[in-house]
Design a protein around this ligand. Structure first.
Ligand code: UGY
Ligand code: MN
Length: 255
């Protein structure tokens, strides 16, 4: 019998969901995902989880391609994109082949067309690039999460952090993977100017968002606006990991 509290499987649950939308943070769970056709493509859908329509400064989406379908990413002046592949395999016209665990950074104004070699899924982060006077914008980057070494976060061996993009002034975004052993925590409640878009890659735990505590697990999406107090504890029998975006290396806007 289906668990009546299970919101992961679209069991009828009498109007219940773990999804929670607040002014400064959101948890969006897969039972409520609604895909739309990706403009300019057949066989490709997008679920836009986080967008400026909710007050965010980024877009975070899940893109799904059928085998043979293409995802057009046209050049948009000043817009940068980061794709992290979670399933399948795709070939990019300009940036080679990708598989689960690999990533592609397309710099401001860049473009590509990605064709799926099998059913494929990727997380997409998109934002308007903030230029830095005297520093040229970055060039494209690609790689695989396995090529990066995780380091203890602030010396905590239970919370291991991989940074996928170079920590260089040209980059105004970071995309990282955090992996926690069960019971490990984000060492303190962070409150910072940087914004986050986050995808739970595996495992489970409890996320503190503002003054709310949410049970979270694989597939969940979280938005944290600037200054949203945040904390996490991993639970269960296996490690919990999440992919997350943050804006970095720029001064706050002045009024
Ligand atoms: O990079 C970060 O701000 C990270 N420690 N935040 C988070 O995991 N919520
Ligand atoms: Mn943070």
């Amino acid at each position: 019998m289906n668990n009546p509290l299970d919101t992961h499987t679209r069991t009828p649950v009498f109007g219940l969901t773990r999804t929670s939308l607040r002014q400064r943070h959101a948890l969006i769970t897969s039972d409520g995902f609604v895909p739309s056709q990706y403009p300019g493509s057949t066989g490709t859908t997008a679920i836009f989880h986080i967008t400026p329509a909710m007050g965010a400064n980024l877009t975070q989406a899940t893109i799904r391609w059928e085998k043979g379908a293409t995802l057009p990413l046209p050049a948009l002046p000043g817009v940068e994109r980061f794709l992290y592949f979670t399933k399948g395999a795709a070939t990019c016209a300009d940036h080679g082949k990708h598989e689960a665990g690999s990533y592609l950074y397309i710099p401001p104004g860049g473009s590509d067309t990605l064709t799926a070699n099998e059913p494929t899924e990727a997380a997409l982060f998109e934002k308007r690039y903030e230029p830095l006077a005297g520093t040229p914008a970055p060039s494209s980057r690609k790689g695989h999460a396995n090529e990066h070494t995780a380091a203890p976060f602030l010396g905590h061996e239970g919370a291991m952090l991989k940074t996928l993009l170079p920590d260089e002034p040209a980059f105004d975004m970071a995309v990282n993977i955090f992996t926690y052993r069960p019971g490990a925590t984000l060492p303190f409640v962070e409150t910072h100017i940087m914004e986050h878009g986050l995808l739970m890659l595996g495992g489970m735990g409890v996320y503190r968002l503002g003054d709310d505590w949410h049970p979270v697990r694989e597939g969940d999406v979280i938005w944290m606006a600037p200054y949203c107090p945040q904390w996490f504890v991993a639970m269960g029998d296996s490690p919990a990991s999440y992919l997350y975006y943050k804006n970095v290396s720029r001064l706050p806007a002045l009024p």
